[in-house]
Design a binder for this molecule. Structure first.
Ligand code: ADP
Length: 375
């Protein structure tokens, strides 16, 4: 008979520390997901507890667990079972993750998450394309990034980031799906497919509040908000819920577009938010010979930057000019943001540069509003 290698439950648990739940981003050992462990001379039996029965990440978790356990099992046969948690186990996990009371983690004193609200005057200027590319590029640079798609009229972020799974709900806590390393929650994930969002002020406000309190965002370096165009209910609600969020205005070079974009930025004067900068999109069509065709005119981004600088009394810079590029459009349609796609593209490069500017200022208290009210 072959002499059996010693194996303890502690060693098995330790091996499973390497298994990361891809959605929550923490080891399964920390998530109470390890059930019964039985070790005999011939078998290693391990039970993994899944947060929900149809867990979309089941295959991934199982493969990781198998790999980790094969390293320690010795000659034993591995019997791995995956069972859903009981309601009680799920409740315990929810409490462990979010604490017994639900609160908005981004307004807690000491929160270091930078929050960027991406806005535009009107639809179709590329606000969502820019949001997804900046988010994916920042995640690729090693930042922990979340996107909240609050564009009730045209939620398009899930498609642009290629999100396939719905959020997982653990005892009322919403675990956002991950795509390109970005945690994504969209208002579109909570309305029946093909139906428009008909929510008005108070209902919208409650939904947004829930996205901040009930979503397990974890410790983010940056949260990007994709706002609906204009200055409607969502922008006002989010300004109230996230007073530290900084605004980035997207415009095209066209004078008429710039005028309305300026108005969307000017909301900051009332909400006391900071406008971080302006991004001009569809700035030019690059020709093969290096020439630039200015399809939509020129100067819109600079115009918005100047107007807002004057209105707000500080420099609102033009952060970048993104060209018209088939790669950007194709990337958005196929869920592969140009900024992180394998092929090189001019739009992808420009957006990566803008993401670098933002990443550099990630995490920090500089420029924050102080929680002091004037008497
Ligand atoms: P918004 O969020 O402002 O409504 P989108 O990001 O949805 O705008 O963009 C509108 C359309 O324009 C999309 O089909 C998108 O792929 C395309 N698009 C946006 N920016 C560019 C660009 N720089 N070059 C080519 N196509 C673009």
């Amino acid at each position: 008979m072959v002499a059996m290698t010693e194996l303890t439950k502690e060693q098995v648990t330790e091996a499973l520390e390497k298994v990361i739940d891809p959605e929550i981003g923490r080891p399964i050992s920390e998530l109470n997901m390890i059930g019964e462990i039985e070790i005999t001379d011939t078998e290693l039996r391990v039970q993994i507890l899944l947060t929900i029965a149809g867990c979309p990440m089941r295959g991934d978790i199982e493969a990781q667990a198998r790999r980790a356990l094969n390293e320690v099992k010795g000659e034993r046969e591995l019997v791995l079972t995956m069972t859903p948690m009981t309601d009680e186990q799920r409740s315990e996990l929810r409490e462990k993750l979010s604490g017994p009371t639900r609160e908005n983690p981004f307004t807690k004193p000491g929160s270091l998450t930078r929050i960027y609200a991406i806005t535009s005057g009107k639809g179709g200027v590329g606000k969502s394309s820019i949001t997804t590319n900046l988010a994916a590029a920042m995640a690729a640079q090693g930042l922990k990034v979340g996107v909240l798609d609050a564009d009730i009229y045209g939620f398009s972020i899930p498609r642009m980031l290629g999100v396939e799974n719905a959020p997982t709900i653990i005892d009322g806590m919403i675990v956002p799906p991950l795509a390109h390393g970005v945690k994504v929650i969209s208002i579109g994930m909570f309305v029946p497919e093909g139906e428009p969002v008909v929510w008005r002020g108070p209902m919208l406000h409650r939904a947004l509040q829930q996205f901040l309190t009930d979503v397990h965002w974890g410790d983010l370096d940056a949260l990007l908000l994709d706002l609906p165009p204009g200055t409607g209910d969502v922008a006002i609600s989010l300004a109230g819920l996230l007073p530290d969020s900084e605004i980035i205005v997207v415009t095209t070079p066209q004078v008429a577009a710039a005028e309305v974009a300026g108005r969307a930025g000017a909301i900051a004067a009332q909400t006391h938010q900071r406008v971080l900068g302006v991004i001009e999109n569809m700035s030019y069509l690059p020709g093969p010979d290096g020439t630039r065709v200015e399809l939509f005119g020129s100067g819109g981004g600079e115009q918005v930057s100047n107007e807002l600088s004057e209105l707000l009394g500080y420099q609102v810079p033009l952060l970048g000019m993104v060209p018209i590029d088939i790669a950007l459009r194709q990337g958005a349609d196929s869920g592969q943001p140009a900024a992180t796609a394998s092929g090189d593209s001019e739009s992808g490069r420009t957006l990566t540069e803008i993401a670098q500017q933002l990443a550099k200022r990630a995490r920090g208290l500089a420029g924050r509003q102080l929680g002091v009210q004037p008497l």
